[in-house]
Write a protein that binds this ligand. Structure first.
Ligand code: NAD
Ligand code: TYD
Length: 361
């Protein structure tokens, strides 16, 4: 019977992405976990987001595709982790509409491969290590479909995914549930609302609008701009993930949300007002002038909103950032980190990773 690594090793998949990198920064700063960051480095993976860690020995990067079962098995044997937090995914709804294949591959097949590799590792552990092991699957509120004008998503809300992205995440949630129910794999799951904050790839609403605004480009609002999302600052999500991973009840799911319902127009107007103050346009006009209405997204979900009462009651989590404070921090971060943005937009971030991580193994 095997023990887990004495160094308290944790696998984080997708750690070069937006939320994964925020989680790793938090864990390195505030815990003693040693992190093995498993990431394929798709277009969305950017190790420059972890540049601040320097060569911290508690962060080990592995350039690995979660669909590669052999590579996953080797990692479990080499590092003997005490748990997994699984974030690796294709994550952008518009991309899933134009090409769903990668979403099926990574989000469904990749989660299956990871579950099987984790189960093989967990089954061979001694009783104590087995009892302490956790597999935390990170998911989205989009699996619950779309709300009307009222109501909130609860953990018990029915699954009604509408986009190829949310359908692939729903499928992965069901696999995780089944692996717990059938094999007893110790799992926890979280379903979170829309995140925003530093290091988000500028294809998602908030970083795209900031980048376009300061680049004198139009701000494309889908349809009427009255779709509602419940916005959560990414560091609040990272804190919630750590809590659920360390203290959540096995087999349970927890909804995480920001108590910040905003229409897309409200979000863009807030960004424009902040930018008008922090980086006024040379012609003295407001960035709002750059807003344009474009064709709506096919199957565009109307409203998402989370009831985060369970995680608050059981684990004492509430968001620390308000929408106003989080948005101010976010806009300031993108203005202060124009090099990060320029590297992403130009593709230079791939070369930065080659220079700093060699062959990325
Ligand atoms: P992201 O697109 O920024 O990052 C995804 C990361 O996964 C990237 O580093 C990418 O290289 C990696 N990856 C993709 N395919 C892989 C594969 N086959 N093998 C290994 N690595 C692979 O995504 P994000 O916004 O950070 O989201 C992380 C997780 O959180 C996802 O599972 C997503 O569904 C979930 N989520 C996101 C949000 C949000 O608002 N962004 C909200 C709720 C839940
Ligand atoms: P997005 O950031 O892609 O997240 P999600 O689709 O997962 O909620 O989009 C957030 C909202 O913003 C969504 O209602 C679509 C809308 N949107 C625009 O209006 N214009 C844009 O250019 C983008 C990317 C999104």
């Amino acid at each position: 019977m095997l023990r887990t690594n004495d160094m308290k090793t944790l696998f984080v998949t997708g750690g070069a992405g937006f939320i994964g990198s925020a989680l790793i920064r938090l864990l390195i700063a505030e815990s003693d976990w040693r992190i093995v960051n498993i990431d394929k480095l798709t277009y969305a993976g950017n190790l420059e987001s972890l540049a601040d860690l320097g060569g911290n020995p508690r962060h080990v990067f592995s350039h690995t595709d979660i669909c590669d079962r052999t590579a996953l098995d080797e990692l479990f044997v080499a590092h003997r982790p005490a748990g997994v937090i699984h974030l690796a995914a294709e994550s952008h709804v518009d991309r899933s509409i134009h090409g769903p294949g990668d979403f099926i591959e990574t989000n469904i097949k990749g989660t299956y491969m990871l579950l099987e590799a984790a189960r093989a590792h967990w089954s061979a552990l001694d009783a104590e290590a087995k009892g302490a092991f956790r597999f935390h699957h990170v998911s989205t509120d989009e699996v619950f479909g779309s709300l009307g004008d009222s109501g909130l998503f609860l953990e018990t809300s029915p699954y009604q995914p509408n986009s190829p992205y949310s359908a692939s995440k729903a499928a992965s949630d069901h696999l995780v549930r089944a692996w717990h129910h059938t094999y007893g794999l110790p799992t926890v799951m979280t379903n979170c609302s829309n995140n925003y904050g530093p290091c988000q790839f500028p294809e998602k609403l908030i970083p795209l609008m900031i980048h376009n605004a300061v680049s004198d480009k139009p701000l494309p609002i889908y349809g009427k701009g009255d779709n509602v999302r419940d916005w959560l600052y990414v560091d609040d999500h990272a804190r919630a993930l750590r809590l659920v991973f360390e203290q959540g009840r096995l087999g349970e799911t927890y909804n995480i949300g920001g108590h910040n319902e905003k229409t897309n127009l409200e979000v863009v107007d807030t960004l424009c007002t902040l930018l008008d103050k922090l980086k006024p346009r040379r012609d003295g006009k407001s960035y709002r002038e750059q807003k344009i209405s474009v064709a709506d997204r096919p199957g565009h979900d109307k409203r998402y909103a989370i009831d985060a009462g369970k995680i608050q009651r059981e684990l004492g989590w509430t968001p620390q950032e308000s929408f106003e404070s989080g948005m101010r921090k976010t806009v300031q971060w993108y203005l202060d980190n124009s090099v990060w943005v320029a590297h992403v937009v130009s593709g230079e971030y791939r070369q930065w990773m080659d220079r700093n991580y060699g062959d990325r193994k």
